[in-house]
Write a new protein. Structure first.
Length: 116
């Protein structure tokens, strides 16, 4: 099994930046893809960014050019650097790990609020 713990959310003004962290523990070697999802009130759960075990990345069109997903294998941590934040980025952000190709693990979520 894989356990995930997120941190780094908070309140930021439009145009500001935040870095979210997701620390993984457990069966680290079995992780195939790690990703960030978000859910805003009244909206569907959506993929923000993902990174494979091989280092390939994918981003939602809404965050391309503003967000970067990266990982530190030594710390078993994945990061989401978010720049030029907009009010529409306000959501609860969840870390996800796909492992053994069929299992999903989720973090508890971290709130990001973009407001002046």
């Amino acid at each position: 099994q894989v356990q995930l713990v997120e941190s780094g959310g908070g309140l930021v003004q439009p145009g500001g930046s935040l870095r979210l962290s997701c620390a993984a523990s457990g069966s680290i070697a079995s992780i195939n893809i790690m990703a960030w999802y978000r859910q805003a009130p009244g909206k569907q759960h959506e993929l923000v960014a993902a990174i494979t075990s091989g280092g390939s990345t994918e981003y939602a069109d809404s965050v391309k050019g503003r967000c970067t997903i990266s990982r530190d294998n030594a710390k078993n941590t994945v990061y989401l650097q978010m720049n030029n934040l907009k009010p529409e980025d306000t959501a609860v952000y969840y870390c996800n790990a796909l492992y053994e190709l069929v299992f999903n693990s989720w973090g508890q979520g971290t709130q990001v609020t973009v407001s002046s």
